[in-house]
Structures are given as C-alpha cells and as structure tokens.
Design a protein around this ligand. Structure first.
Ligand SMILES: [Fe+2]
Ligand SMILES: [Fe+2]
Length: 237
C-alpha cells in the first residue's frame, strides 16, 4: 500500500501519463486543493458543531469523534508538508517556508489545548472555550491553506523543475499511513463539489494501479451513494 501511495503522485506518473500531466499543467502541487478543500470544510463543520454543543443543543460524543478525525487528517497533512515540502523549499531558499512551518506549530498548540478541554468538559466555561478554539483553528488553518495555494505553490512551481515538484509531492504522500488513505480518500470526495470530485477521480485513475484504484473507488461509492457516484463512474469508465 505504501508503495502504491508513493507511486500515486511521483514524477514518473506525471511524465508517463499525459492525462494527469494535463490536469495539473501548473504543477503537481496543485493537487493540494483536494485535501485542503476537505480540511477547510471539516474544520468549519467542527467549529459549527462545537458552537452547538456550547449552546446546549449539540452532541458532545459526536463532536469528539469529529475532532479526532479532523485533527488526525490535519496532523498528517501538515506532517507531509513538514517532511517533504518545507525542507525542500528551505534548502534552496532559506526563510521562505518559515512562516508556513510556524503556522503548523500554532495549529498543534491549538489542537493540544482543545484535547485538554475535552478532558474537563464538565467545568464551567470549558465548552465555550472549546467552541472558541475550534473557530480559531478553522480560521487559522483555512488562511494558512489559502496562503499555501496562493503563494507557496506558485513559488515552488517557479523555482523547482517538474521532477523536483513530483518528488516533493511523492515525499508528502509517503507520510500518510495506509489506514488514513482507506478512510481519507472517501472523506476527501465527500467534501468536494461535482467538478472537483471528477478531477480527483480522474487524477487517481491516471496515477494509480487498477487494483488499489478500484478499492478506493468502491469505498467512495459506498460513502457517496448512487446518485453522487453516477457522474464519477461515468467520468472514469
Ligand atoms: Fe500547511
Ligand atoms: Fe497544506
């Protein structure tokens, strides 16, 4: 599975498979839009749920489950960038990735603080604080991902050749555990609009061997249901 994930976005895929190459003519790191979109939505929904719980009308157990998944996904996405994207940028252009790395550390502190408040939800003000922290995390992480897409990705595309960009994305993908991908791929699809769903499915088909691709698409079909799955199935037929 790990090898499959590595193969998913490596440079060879971009060179040998014209479909995916054309999809991301600006460069392979444009694929960040898929997980960024899912994370933005998930963190916004987490903040909305936390506000409901603070107002006395939400489900605390469901909130903790959503918090655990959202921050698990956020953690591995950031870990991938910490491992492969930021070091590559810093090696060539010292200081450029510093502010993005600092954002990750601040998010870590916010998540740790929320974990602490989840252990004392019966204390006065704890649920209100949790709601405020969830709103802050959603805002900060969203701004951070916007900046990565608007500033850092174009910078990398300008200063790294296509082989280097493919290696960066391949290195990021290596950090994802297989169990994350099994749940994470359908989860990403669940947060995309129809156009992005088809782009993501087309990209996966172009870059993945048939067997894991079929496994992931079966999971996506189950997650989305027949109506939402139909146009995706038609696009990858
Ligand atoms: Fe990031
Ligand atoms: Fe990111």
């Amino acid at each position: 599975m790990i090898v499959t994930v590595m193969d998913y976005w490596n440079y060879i895929a971009y060179v040998e498979k014209p479909g995916i190459f054309q999809l991301f003519m600006a460069g392979p790191l444009r694929a960040l839009v898929f997980i960024h979109t899912a994370l933005r939505n998930e963190l916004n929904e987490l903040a909305e749920d936390a506000r409901l719980v603070a107002n006395g009308s939400g489900d605390l157990t469901a909130l903790k489950e959503r918090f655990d998944w959202a921050t698990y996904a956020l953690h591995y996405h950031a870990a991938g960038e910490d491992a492969a994207l930021f070091p590559a940028v810093e090696a060539k252009h010292p200081g450029v990735a510093m502010t993005f790395d600092d954002d990750h550390r601040t998010d870590d502190e916010l998540v740790a603080s929320m974990e602490d408040f989840f252990t004392k939800t019966d204390e006065d003000g704890a649920l209100e604080t949790l709601a405020q922290l969830a709103e802050r995390l959603a805002d900060r992480a969203s701004l951070h991902m916007d900046k990565e897409e608007r500033l850092l990705v174009p910078f990398v595309e300008e200063h790294f050749n296509m082989e280097e960009q493919g290696a960066i994305l391949g290195g990021m993908m290596q950090v994802f555990p297989p169990e994350f991908m099994v749940k994470g791929v359908p989860w990403v699809f669940s947060h995309l609009d129809n156009g992005l769903q088809i782009s993501y499915a087309t990209a996966l088909k172009a870059a993945m061997p048939p067997e894991p691709f079929a496994m992931h698409m079966s999971n996506v079909e189950q997650r989305l249901g027949p109506d939402a799955w139909a146009p995706i199935a038609a696009a990858i037929a």
